[in-house]
Design a binder for this molecule. Sequence first.
Ligand code: SAM
Length: 226
Amino acid sequence: MFAPILNESILKRAQEKKKVAIHIHDLRDYADDKKHRKVDDRPFGGGPGMLMMPQPLFDAIKAIKGRRKVHVIYTSPAGKPFSQNHAKRLTRLKNLIIICGHYEGIDERVREHLVDEEISVGDYVLTGGELPAMLITDAVTRLIPGVLGKKESLVSESFEGNLLEGPQYTRPANFRGKKVPPVLLSGNHKTIEIWRKSQALTKTKKVRPDLLEKKNKGASNDGNES
Ligand code: SAM
């Protein structure tokens, strides 16, 4: 699942430029059960589905961490909702492990003893933590200094200062009678900047008024320090 995402575009270039190193670890390699490489079992007390057993996760995390200080994340619907500020905070940590849950989830003792934080990518349930892990990896990697070129600048992107990005246009200035706002053709950078800010405000007010409320309260968009 990971290769097509990690080996394309900005994530690929970030690894080539050594801005980030991403390793995928197969939990089955750490299973005590060498014959069947078993990593899941039935939940105590009954109930549907299987749970990821503690042993492979405890041993994998211990081996991967080694002596390094590592922040361990578990992708979970019960986690804190992921946000841009959350991603920014993660860029300040040197080593991250992201546990991808599967089946009905993981044994609670892993959460209690190994996990530093749980992150949710939204109020819905996915099959596994692979997509959330890639989503977090993508959002964090593109924020690492030097990963994006000038062409893909982070300035004035959505969620900067709790605002969404306003409308953008490219050539032609007149597409089948639909014209670009004249201010963008004026060449007056100051006026364009003011227009863009007001458009960003209007759009945010229309589609995400909750962000503006946070902006007015001076809070970051996930309640965390940005
Ligand atoms: N039984 C779990 C529950 O009700 O919370 C759901 C398990 S889900 C089928 C399997 C795995 O997918 C989870 O352990 C988690 O790692 C991942 N996952 C599913 N939805 C997610 C979400 N919204 N955010 C982050 N991870 C999610």
